[in-house]
Ligand binder design. Structure first.
Ligand code: SF4
Length: 121
């Protein structure tokens, strides 16, 4: 999967995202969720990660700052015909809101905005 090479968690300790317990009301797991969630918060492939976790049925760990219970809730919602605002969103340029025709990384600028940024405009 290409998006994984852009993951903010790539150089972190994998155990951080896989607490020994999926009971996130327990202090240690709750602390891990907080720390892992901060890493996810600055991750450019959060949407891709969440989509993968939801669609592949991940049942353990923290994915895009979401717990397994969060993922189950998104799956139930989608099964009921309610699109998820993140998983089902079309990727768009944050500079001009142009929708990408091809999969794009979150936060990626379209070519016109990238060119404008390079020129310092
Ligand atoms: S969103 Fe979080 S878990 Fe997913 S790839 Fe990024 S840092 Fe890793």
């Amino acid at each position: 999967m290409g998006w994984q090479q852009h993951a903010a968690c790539r150089d972190t300790v994998p155990d951080l995202f896989f607490p020994t317990s999926d009971d996130f009301t327990a202090p240690e797991a709750a602390r891990q969720l907080l720390v892992a969630g901060a890493v996810c918060g600055r991750c450019p492939v959060r949407r891709e990660c969440l989509t993968y976790a939801v669609e592949s049925g991940q049942a353990h760990g923290i994915w895009a700052g979401h717990t397994p219970a969060d993922l189950r809730a998104i799956r139930r919602q989608r099964a009921a015909g309610v699109p998820d605002p993140v998983v089902d969103a079309d990727p768009m340029c944050p500079g001009c809101s142009l929708l990408f025709a091809l999969p794009a990384l979150d936060g990626q600028l379209c070519s016109a905005c990238a060119e404008r940024q390079e020129k310092g405009a």
